[in-house]
Design a protein around this ligand. Structure first.
Ligand SMILES: [Zn+2]
Length: 433
């Protein structure tokens, strides 16, 4: 009798009906109804809906500990008056570890199995991700101005190099080079980051054209809009992931398409920080490689890709007065397959030969019945608490809402303890002003 590592019995797969999904090692190897085989582990889906898991292509996971602080401020005030002072006080390996645990727990519980992260002390994020069994592309943030972690651009680049080289890359984790943005990195810093990425053959991950203010600032300083500016310093290629990309001119979209740059759209963060609405239907129309990200929890305020997906699909219909501006199927592909393929991972489809990164959604609830159109109903009506089971690289990370690789109770306890420390710092700060 055939033998598999994992067998998911009786799952509803869109366009296939109720089938069994057989997984060997990290891959989906067979999809058929009534597979008679032995397996090391069997999940009885009982008609739950199987979909690919999500790829969160832009986030700052440790910022989960700053969730909810500085609500209702625009980006620059939020960064300068709230986030940077707090980070100056608290960012440490311990803070990063506790924030990563909280954020990764949240991501697994909402069906994500890959995230692209940019922060400091990313070794800690890597260790937690490895324990949790989730895929991650991790990068040490590079800036021009001094912070607690480095003083000069040279020192940041040195730290980024050390992180990338010493970081034990394995099947789940890979280092990425992360210059923060064109307005926080000089052309020289951008060039050095690019050289480093090329030397080590790594992806680059950067914030670009997030606000109109940024565009004005880059124009004033360099006489160019952000994407043209990056093009002029030789930064852009198919190994560059640009987050936000809200304010682009037509010609810049063409540059993005030509260079094969990957775009990580972050609609909820752009809405909450009043940054604007990215021209997403234009990107889709032009064939730009578009993926989806939540950004950090301090500007979203969660890492819930299902909610992000729903927001994206509705936002662009409303903004364009066109119900076809973003259909549910396209939205799901952007949130899944497009993210994985942006960093060379063959996942994001329930199909033979694809990596076994998938979720089961429990549709047995009032807001998902009757079920006529599973994909559209997940996009417009499901919530992350409907995610019942999560599989990453063939390994079960959550089953029946129970995360198997992390201690949920301890992580929540720790997050509350950090919350108390941070709250008393904020109280002291506000009593001084
Ligand atoms: Zn960001």
């Amino acid at each position: 009798m055939e033998r598999f590592d994992l067998l998911v019995k009786s799952a509803l797969v869109p366009e296939r009906g109720t089938v069994d999904i057989a997984i060997r090692d990290t891959k989906i190897v067979k999809i058929a109804s009534g597979i008679e085989a032995e397996a090391d582990y069997i999940i009885r889906a009982d008609g739950k809906l199987a979909l690919p898991s999500f790829a969160n292509m832009h986030t700052h996971v440790p910022m989960s500990l700053l969730r909810g602080i500085g609500a209702d401020l625009p980006l620059m005030d939020w960064l300068q008056k709230v986030i940077w002072p707090l980070e100056g006080e608290f960012v440490s390996p311990e803070f990063v570890r506790a924030g990563a645990q909280l954020g990764i727990l949240e991501m697994i519980k909402s069906g994500t199995t890959l995230f692209m992260d940019m922060y400091f002390f990313e070794e800690e994020v890597g260790e937690v991700a490895r324990e949790a069994g989730i895929r991650a592309g991790l990068g040490f943030g590079i800036l021009d101005f001094p912070t607690k972690v480095a003083k000069t651009p040279e020192e940041y680049i040195k730290r980024a190099r050390e992180f990338a080289q010493s970081f034990r890359g394995d099947e789940l984790l890979f280092p990425v080079i992360c210059p923060h943005a064109p307005y926080t990195c000089s052309p020289d810093t951008l060039r050095k980051a690019k050289e480093l990425a090329e030397e080590l053959d790594l992806y680059l991950h950067i914030h670009v054209a997030e606000t109109r203010g940024e565009v004005e600032r880059i124009k004033e300083e360099y006489g160019n809009t952000p994407v043209r500016h990056l093009e002029s310093v030789g930064f852009l290629s198919e190994k560059v992931l640009c987050a936000h990309m809200v304010w682009l001119e037509e010609e810049e979209m063409e540059i993005v398409k030509e260079r094969g740059v990957k775009v990580a759209h972050c609609p909820e963060s752009n809405l909450k920080l009043a940054s604007g609405i990215a021209p997403v239907p234009e990107y889709v129309r032009r064939g730009v490689h578009l993926c989806l990200g939540t950004d950090g929890s301090a500007s979203n305020d969660n890492l819930d890709m299902l909610e992000e997906l729903s927001t994206m699909a509705k936002l662009h219909k409303g903004a364009n007065l066109d119900a076809k501006a973003m259909d549910a199927k396209t939205a799901l592909k952007i949130a899944t397959e497009n993210g994985f393929s942006a960093v060379g991972i063959k996942a994001g489809r329930i199909e033979e030969g694809y990596e076994a990164d998938l979720i089961l959604i429990d549709t047995d609830s009032p807001h998902l019945q009757p079920l006529y159109d599973p994909v559209a109903q997940v996009v417009y009506s499901a919530s992350s608490s409907d995610v019942d089971t999560v599989v990453c690289r063939g390994k079960v990370l959550m089953e029946k809402r129970e995360v198997k690789t992390l201690d949920e109770e301890r992580i929540l306890h720790e997050a509350k303890r950090w919350g108390e420390k941070i709250r008393s710092f904020l109280d002291r700060l506000s009593s001084q002003t």
